[in-house]
Design a protein around this ligand. Structure first.
Ligand code: ADP
Ligand code: MG
Length: 268
């Protein structure tokens, strides 16, 4: 493989399975998941609660290992936390006793390196947190904390950003705002993003492709292309094409459940 090799995807998920050993026995969380993520692509993963989305993302980040299968970054299997991979979780996970600057600095202290101060300043400006460096997490709204978490992840200049329902705890207006922010950041400096969400609208707004997982054990049920131009304006998001795609994905996820619930309803 060479630097100019365009056939190697940024991320390759190949037959990824994960079994958890629990007190009540083995639990198969994901089963034989395979898909690629190209460089600078945004791919969302959607699926019903408990289907293994977080399990899959943790495996992509190297936070835990797979039971079988391989996840490779630039063609090399991921075997543990990797400096090229950044993560943003649903909770901002800021340390409450550190101000915002010190929170952003924290991963660098652990690594024993210095952040690129100009880059961090640019990021803080980009997300509208200029002048908030001295504030403590309790002084920031949920949306602001999550912006800080995005800055913290991007300050490490990852080549892949993994996001696990990062805006799931925010109100819908703030969530829309944050989606636009991610789009703007990406348009400024495209990077590879894997985005987990249970909001189909959010997945369609942000992604080039949407991977739909089946109920647990999570298997890749379908992969949709999202061919709409960026930036994705309200006008684009209100088109019939977006509506139809949203419904198709929704049916994939809930259709199965509706079908299963019908016989029971018929009995009553
Ligand atoms: P999702 O993110 O799609 O809601 P998860 O990946 O969190 O799903 O969980 C998938 C399944 O694996 C669930 O049934 C969950 O209870 C189980 N699970 C997740 N983490 C663990 C763990 N550390 N130990 C045992 N079971 C787990
Ligand atoms: Mg989850």
């Amino acid at each position: 493989m060479t630097a100019g090799d365009t056939t190697t995807p940024k991320l390759r998920v190949q037959a990824a399975s994960k079994v958890y050993q629990t007190a009540s026995g083995n639990l198969l969380a994901i089963d034989g998941c395979s898909f690629d993520v190209a460089a600078n692509e945004i791919v969302s993963i959607v699926g019903p609660s408990g289907c293994g989305k977080t399990t899959l993302l943790w495996s992509m980040s190297g936070l835990h290992s797979l039971s079988s299968g391989v996840i490779a970054l630039d063609g090399k299997p991921i075997t543990g936390p990797h400096p090229d991979i950044g993560i943003v979780f649903q909770e901002a996970n800021l340390l409450p006793w550190r101000n915002l600057d010190a929170n952003i600095n924290f991963p660098f202290e652990i690594k024993g390196t210095q952040p690129d101060k100009q880059w961090v300043k640019h990021l803080l400006h980009r997300v509208g947190l200029d002048g908030f460096g001295g504030k403590f997490p309790r002084e920031l709204s949920g949306g602001m904390q999550q912006r800080a978490a995005i800055v913290r992840a991007l300050s490490l200049k990852p080549s892949v950003l993994l996001m696990d329902e990062p805006f799931g705890a925010l109100d819908s207006f703030t969530r829309d705002e944050m989606n636009r922010l991610v789009e703007e950041i990406w348009l400024d400096a495209p990077t590879t993003i894997v985005f987990i969400t249970h909001s189909i609208e959010e997945a369609i707004f942000l992604s080039d492709r949407v991977v739909v997982l089946s109920p647990r054990p999570g298997r890749v049920a379908k992969i949709y292309d999202v061919p709409f131009p960026r930036p994705r304006s309200f006008e684009i998001m209100a088109t019939k094409e977006v509506f139809d795609l949203t419904n198709a994905i929704k049916l994939d996820i809930v259709g199965d459940r509706i079908a299963k619930s019908r016989p029971a309803e018929a009995v009553q």
